[in-house]
Design a binder for this molecule. Structure first.
Ligand SMILES: [Zn+2]
Length: 235
């Protein structure tokens, strides 16, 4: 029986684990939703356009820095945790190399590799004590030690993305507009586009993702407008 030799198959996996893309896309949507809602609430309360613009600007700056620090802390602690786990692995490999090799064999066995092959793979991978910890990091911890996400990248991209999103409802006011309808419609359109873009990395259709984002953002804006109107009528 002849074995067919298949050509090597390569395919690119989409970036689903982090990096700059996730915080950027969600930052834009966050900026859109929170600043459109803020502007609608303040305008609903009866504030003059100048005050609405000032509130929108403050919302942009406060939101952008809050997003950036949140992303920074979240990614930094994730990376620190990963590094600490890697140190534990390194120490264990130095202390009980045979047990760690057996552990590796066990992982491959659990994935359906037969005992002899699993032991052989673990033996060959454990040959170089300088690199075997990388194998353990990938197989046991599920992390790529050479590609840990940077907290600065995440922070900066979410800061810029939030600013971009928050600018959309603010821009008409900055340009001298006075009607609330224009910034709200602009934002809803942008939310639909951003939601549709997200569908590129999910298994949802662009129409579904875009519409969902539009409906949720519209609801947040509508509710804040109602609250602003109610409070504004009382003061
Ligand atoms: Zn291990």
């Amino acid at each position: 029986m002849s074995e067919r030799v298949l050509p090597e198959h390569h395919h690119d996996h989409r970036d689903v684990t982090g990096g700059w893309l996730r915080p950027a896309v969600f930052g834009v949507m966050d900026g859109l939703v929170s600043n459109t809602a803020l502007i609608a609430g303040v305008a609903g309360g009866g504030a003059p356009p100048r005050t609405v613009a000032l509130a929108g600007l403050a919302g942009l700056v406060a939101g952008a820095f809050s997003m950036a620090t949140g992303e920074y802390v979240s990614v930094a602690s994730q990376t620190e945790l990963a590094r600490a786990e890697i140190e534990v692995e390194k120490a264990e490999i130095a202390r009980v190399p045979a047990a760690e090799e057996a552990e590796l064999a066990g992982i491959y066995r659990a994935r359906g590799v037969d005992d002899a092959t699993a032991r052989e793979v673990a033996r060959q991978l454990s040959r170089d004590p300088e690199t075997v910890w990388r194998v353990h990091a990938r197989e046991e911890l599920g992390i790529d030690p050479d590609d840990l996400p940077s907290p600065w990248t995440a922070a900066l991209s979410s800061l810029l993305a939030f600013t971009l999103g928050a600018l959309v409802p603010l821009l008409p006011y900055v340009l001298g507009g006075t009607a609330l309808l224009v910034p709200v419609l602009l934002s809803l359109l942008a939310l639909f586009v951003a939601g549709a873009l997200v569908s590129r990395w999910t298994d949802r259709s662009a129409l579904y993702s875009g519409t969902r984002q539009l409906v949720l953002g519209g609801a947040a804006t509508g509710l804040t407008y109602v609250v602003g109107t109610a409070v504004g009528a009382g003061v």
